[in-house]
Design a protein around this ligand. Sequence first.
Ligand SMILES: [Zn+2]
Length: 117
Amino acid sequence: MFYEKCLYVTRPEQIESKGLWSAFTVITRYVERSDHDRMCVRCNECGQLYFLEMLESGWMSGAEVTYYTLIPVEAEEDAALFKDLPDYEILAIFPRLQRAECEGVAESWHWMGIVSE
Ligand SMILES: [Zn+2]
């Protein structure tokens, strides 16, 4: 697939060790709110483009949970197609990288819909 050259296909945990904003550069912001961001970002290692969503939600037993989603795209125009989708439709897109963080405790980045060794 077009995104297979990206380091994070096989090593998604390196996003965490590098830090999200060292791993990626923002190309275009589509949604920019205190609790919801959507943008197109570029991998600083290989130039692969991703759609990135960060969404805060307070429903899990009153705790604040932040969800991160990265979807590989071939072109910026493809990322723009996702910018107005409802959240449940974003969750129906595969493959995607995701991570959740709750009160400072984070699960690691992992792929949904891809087998990585
Ligand atoms: Zn990459």
